[in-house]
Design a protein around this ligand. Structure first.
Ligand code: FAD
Length: 385
């Protein structure tokens, strides 16, 4: 049984079949859509370039019973309780993803998680519409990109002193500040929002920001409330070990809702990115089938903002210093490397330097040491540093 009809859910079905599981598989999904990819929602779908992002998986050939429009409500003694009745299971994959956080206030808040969200927002992105985006994170920057291209008057409101401060730290995040003005987007930093009102936003400072459309992009919470009282331990997602096993026998978790133990980093990780949803299900399927598999990736993700391809690999926690490859103020293409005290690559951010991120991820996986002097010369391939 797989709960959650998103990417991690459908990949779990594929992984179980690929590993030879011939028993019954049921895929339960709360949404009424067949599994689809989310990254294009804030890119091609908002831009009006496509209307469907269905995952290219042949569910009929996988011989899976798909129950859409069905939400899991609880779990007890080998029985899954759903809105459509109870279903027994021998093994269970939890892949219920995450849900957007909303702010206080009476005004309508658009969020961007589902294809329905993306279509509803796209309808409103017309020339001259005043769009306020709350949060200059990955999603906020992508929504601002699409809204500005559609001719909207866009203001991005961010509580921190720099965009992407949580993900990259304020110093590195600040390198992206000029991108907003270049795209004709107003960026207000250090401006925590108090409430969303029918005619815009009130900041904590009392300042009003008028807007026709308010988009809240301040993060997500793992969708695990339905597991309360089930015996599956939850703390910022489903707690799973390095095999993606939960605290309940024969129950594993993958994707945005899984908080796994990383051997590599010696701590728990919950990563809300596409690559994790794609890669974790193979380990989870192996674990359910009694094999000894460990999930231990160097995380990776990308974002497309203001005409740039931004990619990140690794984990910057524990890094001692950052080094630049290229100058973000003058070069169109640049990268930032986070190094440990022993000059090992902990993480890398690249802007339109895709080779660096591919090589950097491999270097981080191997725990290889780098020569900091060579590293700062962007003409030297990273693998030769
Ligand atoms: P989800 O895709 O959220 O799927 C979970 C499914 O479970 C949902 O369909 C949900 O309805 C269902 N569900 C929830 N609760 C229940 C329940 N109780 N019962 C039954 N079903 C339930 N990542 C990148 O690396 N790069 C990007 O550029 C990028 N862009 C993104 C843009 C957007 C707009 C969004 C929203 C995400 C983006 N991501 C990106 C992140 C990436 O898409 C996610 O990490 C990935 O979708 C996670 O997959 P998942 O299957 O774990 O969760």
């Amino acid at each position: 049984m797989v709960v959650g009809g998103g990417l991690a859910g459908v990949r779990s079905v594929e992984a179980l079949r690929a590993r030879g599981f011939a028993g019954l598989i049921t895929l339960i999904g709360e949404e009424r859509h067949r599994p689809y990819d989310r990254p294009p929602l804030s890119k091609a779908v908002l831009a009006g370039e496509t209307d469907s992002t269905a995952v290219d998986s042949d569910l009929d050939a996988l011989d899976v019973t798909v129950r859409l429009g069905t939400a899991a409500k609880g779990l007890r003694d080998g029985v899954l309780e759903t809105t459509e009745g109870e279903i027994e299971y021998d093994g269970l994959v939890i892949a219920t993803g995450a849900t957007p956080i909303r702010l206080r206030g009476e005004g309508r808040q658009y969020v961007l998680r589902t294809i329905d969200d993306a279509r509803a927002l796209r309808e409103r992105l017309t020339p001259g519409t005043r769009v306020a985006v709350i949060g200059a994170g990955w999603i906020g920057a992508e929504v601002a990109t699409a809204a500005a291209r559609a001719g909207c008057a866009v203001t991005v409101i961010e509580a921190a002193e720099a965009p992407l401060a949580g993900a990259l730290g304020p110093e590195v995040g600040a390198y992206t500040i000029p991108w907003y003005a270049e795209a004709g987007v107003e960026l207000r930093l250090g401006a925590p929002v108090g409430s969303v009102d029918p005619d815009g936003i009130t900041l904590m400072s009392g300042t009003r920001v008028r807007a026709d459309v308010v988009v809240t992009g301040i993060g997500v919470r793992p969708a695990v409330d339905w597991l309360k009282g089930s015996g599956v331990a939850v703390d910022n997602g489903v707690l799973v070990d390095e095999h993606l096993r939960s605290t309940l026998p024969n129950v594993v978790a993958v994707g945005d809702c899984a908080n796994w133990w990383s051997r590599r980093y010696g701590r728990r990780m919950r990563v809300e990115h596409w690559d994790t949803a794609i890669s974790a299900p193979d380990t989870a399927a192996a674990t359910l089938l009694g094999e000894d598999a460990v999930y231990d990736p160097v995380p990776y993700f990308w974002s497309e903002q203001f005409g740039r391809m931004v990619q990140f690999a690794g984990d910057r926690i524990g890094a001692e210093r950052t080094l630049l490859r290229g100058d973000p103020r003058t070069d169109a293409k640049w990268a930032v490397c986070w190094l440990t005290a022993e000059d090992r690559l902990a993480a890398i951010l690249t802007v339109d330097r895709p080779r660096d991120v591919v090589q950097g991820r491999r270097i981080a996986e191997r725990g290889q040491r780098l020569d900091p002097r060579r590293l700062t010369d962007p003409s030297v391939p990273l693998r030769d540093c």
